[in-house]
Design a protein around this ligand. Structure first.
Ligand code: NG1
Length: 475
């Protein structure tokens, strides 16, 4: 049988081991068993632009999560993890699945299942949401995640994507890759992060040896061939970017700041219906970042109170209505620290200038101009550090080591506030870049010679295939 790209002998062996665990869980010898494999991603450029509906350029990586699933007779998800550190869970399939406590790993699984239910309740072949729920098969699922968590490599998207695809396979629900990416794009809202759709799109649309220029609303992708002499070194700062606490609050705050900047710009430019910066860009042919930032600076102060009072008066709307629209409702409502002002101008300057860089990066990379691509990545890091304020001393230090080791350019990747950096270098200089990071960063962290720990913290990663699902009996 021809297997989708990404299923090499190692991945198949992992799936087979998980399949044995699923079979051992009950009378399932004859059941069809599906294995869904979804990779993590590293973002080359286009950081904190996705939730403004503006482009990104990630690659799917050759580290994945595999979920193996078989139908069971009860309307439940029986969930186990190959790593005993993550305990088993069981929950009912219902129209609104209540989340576990904040921080529970299984909330990502619930998020994915909820996403499938929401999607097919709206658009599926079932006459009502209740019929859908009645017709959904429960599943026994075993998860094996090999994307390092909290390292900015999207272990969470690898889990939500693989779960959604395994659950759909068990239930014979089909979607094409773009529809799947659109469906899971919002899955992290369930756990309280107002993320954009980059991670899930990269995981699903990934292509071996290619970077992905992804646009949103609607999702579109252009695969950009990685030049043969390009290598990507990814190094973990080992500062945990744990999305369930402070980092989530900082992330969501940025989402609000960008949305506010968009609305103020929309008002200043007399555009209707603007909610994100992407709306402004799309309605302004021939736009440039400097011009839009100037307009914003003329329309409002650089920072505004977190109570949204001044913002509401600039926009000519009620404070209550603005709060409801920007912060949301219910358990996932964003709580803003009211003692800090919202940074409007700086955030918009980053997002708009980053958009210019991403657009250039796609052409520059395609033309194989790695030196220029490196400069764009350096400029991206500077902008993330100065204007978006999501770098850390440790990320800056590791980026500096990569550059000193001969990288064309380096930057933090993912949300920041910890996590990993990505460095673009020539294949021939990847070892020197790694050595420079080992000596200049990990040796200091680990107080000694390069240790096993540092060896596990950095690697040359390759652009790999996107997510897919196979029937294990046929593999
Ligand atoms: P990480 O934290 O690296 O998975 C987050 C968001 C992305 C995007 C980047 C910043 C989640 C799940 N993902 O990525 O959508 O906004 O930050 O570019 O929060």
């Amino acid at each position: 049988m021809n297997l989708p790209d990404g299923w090499d002998a190692g991945e198949l062996a992992r799936a087979a081991r998980l399949g044995a665990l699923v079979r051992a869980g009950g009378d399932r010898a004859d059941a069809r068993i599906f294995a869904a494999r979804a990779p993590g991603r590293v973002n080359l450029i286009g950081e904190h632009t996705d939730y403004s509906g503006l482009p990104v350029m990630p690659v799917a990586i050759d580290r994945s999560t595999i979920v193996v699933a078989a139908a069971i007779t009860t309307a439940e998800i029986e969930l186990a993890n190959a790593d005993p550190g993550w305990s088993s869970r069981r929950f009912a399939i219902e129209r609104r699945i209540p989340p576990y406590e904040t921080g529970d790993w299984a909330n990502y699984v619930k998020a994915a299942i909820q996403g499938v239910i929401d999607h097919f309740a709206r658009r599926g072949r079932f006459s009502t949401p209740a019929t859908l729920i009645d017709n959904l098969q429960g599943a026994s699922m075993v998860v094996d995640g090999r994307v390092p968590p909290a390292a900015g490599l999207s272990s969470s998207a690898a889990l939500t994507v693989s779960t959604a695809m395994a659950f759909m396979a068990v239930n014979e629900l089909e979607l094409d890759p773009i529809e799947t990416a659109t469906m899971v794009a919002r899955s992290e809202w369930y756990v309280g992060t107002r993320a954009g759709g980059m991670d899930q799109a990269a995981s699903i649309l990934g292509r071996r040896d290619h970077a992905l220029f992804i646009e949103f609303d609607p999702i579109r992708v252009r695969a950009v061939k990685m030049p043969a002499n390009a290598a990507l070194v990814v190094a973990d700062s080992r500062e945990l970017a744990d999305k369930s606490g402070m980092v989530r609050a900082e992330y969501n705050r940025r989402v609000v700041e960008c949305a506010l900047a968009a609305r103020i710009l929309g008002c200043a430019l007399k555009l209707d219906g603007v909610t994100i910066l992407g709306d402004v860009v799309r309605a302004s042919p021939g736009w440039n970042a400097a011009g839009l930032v100037e307009k914003l600076a003329a329309a409002a102060p650089a920072r505004l109170g977190a109570d949204l009072k001044e913002a509401a008066s600039i926009l000519g709307v009620s404070q209550v209505a603005l709060e409801a629209e920007l912060l949301g409702q219910g358990s996932t409502r964003i709580a803003l620290d009211s003692n800090r002002p919202l940074e409007i101008l700086k955030r918009a300057r980053h997002v708009l200038s980053e958009t210019e860089r991403v657009i250039r990066a796609a052409d520059v990379l395609e033309a194989g101009r790695l030196d220029e691509m490196g400069k764009l990545m350096d400029a991206s890091h500077q902008s993330l550090a100065d204007d978006f304020e999501c770098s850390t001393g440790r990320l800056d230090a590791i980026v500096e080591c990569a550059r000193r080791g001969g990288a064309f350019g380096a930057r933090l990747t993912g949300a920041g506030f910890g996590g990993s950096i990505v460095a673009l270098c020539d294949v021939a200089s990847a070892d020197a870049v790694i050595e420079s990071i080992d000596r200049g960063y990990y040796a200091k962290l680990d107080t000694g010679a390069p240790s096993e720990k540092s060896e596990n913290s950095r690697a040359v990663l390759h652009a790999g295939a996107g997510a897919s699902v196979i029937d294990l009996r046929m593999a």
